[in-house]
Design a protein around this ligand. Structure first.
Ligand code: ATP
Ligand code: MG
Length: 199
């Protein structure tokens, strides 16, 4: 069994996240991807206003039509800041016979040296880093090669069609009254309206 774990703030989840997960399933023949919304991300302590429960609810509705996608509340239930190392250990135990891949965008992986216990994380976990338009391919390859060599890490670069969508842009668009339809699943758009998020 091969499992992908995709962490994030998901404030809100958007088609860039969903497309990335689907692309990894198809490229690496994974059995499923588990989305793990963070409770309090270490890098976003004072910036996320949406409750973890609402972000979880948006992920749950966004993935409902895909049998290969799951959502986990492991970080939301855990006390305190959400560290990837704790999440990694949880899934290693829960799926001890499976091969586990952590899925991130390239922007996230190049900052990994700011993460808690990143050396341990890099030695234990295989990462799949998807290209993002903000990073030039050459630059990304150099950064990943250096991490792989310095820490004996296992980071693979997955080239993918870039969808230049970000949660921050969606929040901004909603706030100024621009459409977000076709950037997020319909049920996510509906929840954003109903719960008065991003107003
Ligand atoms: P924000 O704009 O608030 O930073 P985001 O859109 O980057 O939000 P996150 O929840 O921070 O969303 O991202 C979770 C993961 O998804 C990260 O690893 C990030 O690199 C990746 N990701 C986000 N958007 C895309 C996208 N459009 N294409 C590929 N990967 C993405
Ligand atoms: Mg981001």
């Amino acid at each position: 069994m091969k499992i992908g774990i995709m962490g994030g703030t998901f404030d809100p989840i958007h088609l860039g996240h969903l497309f990335l997960a689907q692309e990894v399933i198809s490229t690496y023949a994974l059995d499923k991807v588990i989305f793990v919304p963070s409770k309090i991300g270490p890098h976003k302590i004072n910036t996320v206003k949406t409750t973890p429960q609402l972000r979880y609810q948006m992920v749950r509705c966004a993935i409902a039509d895909n049998p290969d996608f799951e959502v986990s509340d492991i970080e939301i239930k855990r006390a305190g800041i959400s560290y990837t190392i704790d999440t990694a250990h949880h899934f290693r135990k829960a799926y001890s016979a499976a091969e586990i891949f952590f899925i991130t965008g390239a922007d996230a992986i190049v900052e990994i040296e700011t993460w808690r216990d990143y050396q341990l994380l890099l030695s234990e976990i295989t990462f799949i880093a998807a290209t993002r338009p903000s990073l030039k391919d050459e630059q990304l390859k150099l950064a990943i090669d250096r991490l792989n060599q310095t820490y004996s890490a296992h980071i693979e670069i997955m080239d993918m069609l870039s969808l230049e969508i970000s949660s921050s842009d969606i929040r901004h668009r909603f706030k100024v009254g621009k459409p977000i339809k076709y950037l997020v699943p319909a049920c996510v758009e509906q929840l954003i309206g109903e719960k008065h998020l991003y107003e």
